[in-house]
Ligand binder design. Structure first.
Ligand code: NI
Length: 249
């Protein structure tokens, strides 16, 4: 069930059978010469939508702008400062909590978002209105690549040249879902350099075409489809386990 294609009456009905919602969250940032700027929000959205086809899961609109300060030297990147991002995540959570959602799972597609999402959770938990709630209200962060089995499959598919940014696994997922957007380029070197992430101009100087440690040429629709199917299956299990989490004694 997709929240944005539902009516308020349908959401009211849904809340009678479940208090859980999945929020895909990502970033709009450069992904090398062939990766879509939307890669990091498309991947969790694609996986959540695939999971939703197979189970009674409610999927929120995708939070598609994240913390991408270090990619700002590449055109098309849009970033929220951590403070803005944390504030906005908090408002999404507060809005959903007003309606009675008690288990909010953020399915994340961008490593640079992790620290801020965790900080946003801590900010919410620290508020009196949440701190005084009955036990059971919970926020959960799942990175799609950490869903059970998914990292193992990606390592099997891409034993070398997976890297850390503009990876063949994330690009394969967008290729599977959006084949009309597949792009190609000559990569030099074939596997991009690795190193630290600092500010934007430093990033551009180190990683000239935007990739980090990756060879996106290894991506294929077939590999992307296998990743999506497995990730969707694992997400259904994660959502189910999260919904059923026993209240602390
Ligand atoms: Ni990415």
């Amino acid at each position: 069930m997709l929240l944005y294609l539902s009516t308020w009456t349908e959401i009211e009905q849904y809340l009678k059978r479940s208090r859980t919602i999945v929020v895909p969250i990502g970033s709009n940032e450069q992904h090398g010469p062939t990766g879509l700027l939307g890669t990091d929000w498309l991947c969790p959205e694609i996986i959540a939508r695939e999971a939703e086809k197979a189970a009674d899961i409610l999927v929120a609109p995708t939070f598609n702008i994240g913390m991408a300060q270090h990619h700002l030297a590449f055109p098309g990147t849009i970033s929220l400062r951590p403070s803005t991002f944390i504030a906005a995540i908090g408002d999404w959570i507060r809005s959903l909590a007003v309606h009675g959602f008690e288990k909010i799972l953020f399915l994340n597609g961008h490593g640079g978002n992790i620290a801020s999402i965790e900080a946003a959770f801590s900010e919410v938990y620290a508020e009196a209105s949440f701190a005084k709630r009955h036990a059971g209200f919970a926020l959960k962060l799942c990175n799609w690549w950490d869903l059970p089995g998914v990292g193992e499959l990606a390592r099997e598919q891409f034993p070398s040249g997976h890297g850390a940014h503009a990876t063949p696994s994330e690009i394969a997922i967008t290729q599977w879902a959006l084949p009309e957007t597949i792009k190609s380029a000559e990569y030099s070197p074939q596997i991009a350099p690795s190193g630290p992430i600092r500010e934007a101009l430093d990033f551009r100087a180190r990683y000239k075409d935007g990739r980090m440690g990756s060879d996106p040429n290894q991506a294929s629709q077939e590999k992307g489809g296998a990743l999506v199917k497995l990730a969707a299956k694992s997400l259904v299990q994660e959502v189910d386990a999260f919904s059923r989490e026993a209240m602390p004694a």
